[in-house]
Design a protein around this ligand. Structure first.
Ligand code: AMP
Length: 404
């Protein structure tokens, strides 16, 4: 089945055309800075994936998607020449609230519930919904599926998902913890089970998705029982530009002292904090590692804080589970940075997570799922390459195939 995966963000669009039978990507697209005059869109096709850059200045996310469809039909390198050659569309949706506990084919009732979820992720869900509507209009007979970042965490017990706030806010607004990166945590857990050669249902795993955004999940017997992101993807770990968990009183204090508006405060916590805010260098871990190596003390502090918060989260989830068989590292930093893994696990050996320095080395190993702990480490450490778009494509194939 040929699935167009659409991953719409607040100011970005990621898309791939995936042939699910052979699990191969036929087209990759990344549009960034969407909605600004500097917006651009890179599109590339198999087998060489040479990028062509398109100017998409001031277009909305769904207009970028429309432009991508034009390219898909017109470009001589494209594997398709008409939209009818796309069998299904898989949409990544950040927030599914309490409405969606698994992926769904988007029919009329599902589309209405998606609108109800928009206020839970006001930056991410509305552009994704706009893309769904645009595609429904353009390709009304092509089935669309919604795959939710939150769905994997629907198994969290109330003690993990409730906040210690007055009950009325849950009753009125469904303010609770939903988590995120669910597709990635689910996949990382399954891949780790494969590496360990044991069924997922027998295992206790701590999965660490460490990319620009970051979250850690306790996966007990294949189910998410707790995760570090909360009502929104702002809670939990320190991230590229997000603060993660801080004393909530800081928010009201700063709003009073600096006369910040709600939107300004939102931007401070989501876009100006985290690794960028502390280091003053960059949100990109590679730049910050480089700056720290050159003696930049604030960059070093940012890395120290980043590592320390991950260690504390891993320790917390160790306590939350009845057993821990492995810690799984995935996403940009988790997969690629041997240095960060060294620093994280240097503080966790006393809990029985003992890194093998040679196996941890990335030379020639990028993209290889593997165990990087020593043979008799009581808790294994695994590295798994995440592929969110492929997961969404396969999930879409699964549901659409059941439609007959
Ligand atoms: P993601 O959001 O999963 O694409 O991850 C992006 C993050 O991964 C950025 O902070 C990158 O700097 C970081 N990253 C990617 N490769 C490396 C690497 N080799 N070493 C350190 N950080 C990396």
């Amino acid at each position: 089945m040929r699935v167009l995966v659409v991953n719409a963000g607040s100011s970005s669009l990621k898309s791939q055309l995936i042939e699910t039978d052979g699990k191969v990507s036929l087209m990759k697209c990344l549009a960034e800075k969407v909605g600004t005059p500097e917006a651009y869109m890179n599109v590339s096709f198999a087998p060489d994936f040479h990028k062509t850059t398109y100017n998409v200045a001031d277009l909305t996310v769904e207009q970028c998607l429309a432009k991508l469809l034009e390219v898909l039909v017109d470009d001589p390198e494209s594997p398709i020449s008409g939209l009818q050659q796309i069998d299904a569309i898989g949409n990544r949706i950040v927030a599914g609230g309490e409405y969606f506990t698994k992926s769904v084919v988007i029919d009329e009732p599902a589309r209405e519930k998606l609108t109800a979820c928009e206020e839970l992720a006001p930056l991410h869900n509305p552009p994704a919904d706009a893309c769904i509507d645009m595609m429904r209009e353009l390709m009304p007979d092509t089935p669309q599926v919604a795959v939710f970042d939150t769905a994997f965490h629907a198994t969290m017990p109330a003690k993990a998902y409730m906040y210690p706030l007055p009950r009325e806010y849950y009753d009125k607004y469904r303010i609770r913890r939903y988590g995120a990166h669910g597709t990635s945590h689910r996949y990382a857990a399954q891949q780790a089970a494969n590496l360990l050669g044991r069924p997922l249902r027998d295992l206790g795993l701590i999965t660490c998705h460490l990319g620009n955004g970051g979250s850690i999940t306790a996966v007990n017997h294949g189910k998410s029982i707790d995760t570090s992101m909360g009502f929104t993807p702002l809670e939990g770990l320190m991230m590229g530009t997000r603060s993660g968990s801080i004393d909530p009183a800081i928010v009201t204090y700063l709003m009073r002292r600096e006369h910040k508006s709600f939107d300004e405060m939102d931007a401070i916590l989501n876009k100006k904090s985290g690794i960028l805010g502390v280091s003053g260098v960059s949100a990109d871990m590679r730049d910050v590692l480089q700056a720290a190596a050159a003696g930049n003390e604030l960059a070093e502090l940012a890395i120290d804080m980043y590592v320390y918060r991950i260690q504390k989260a891993i320790g917390g989830y160790y306590a939350a589970m009845t057993r821990t068989d492995a810690v799984v590292m995935t996403a940009g930093i988790g997969e690629n940075s041997a240095e960060l893994r060294e620093r994280i696990f240097a503080g966790l050996a006393h809990m029985g997570m003992i890194l093998d320095h040679e196996r941890n080395d990335v030379t020639g190993q990028i993209g290889v799922n593997r165990i990087i702990s020593i043979d008799d480490s009581p808790i294994k450490i695994c590295v798994v390459t995440t592929d969110e778009e492929m997961r969404i494509a396969r999930e879409t194939d699964n549901l659409v195939s059941q439609l007959g």
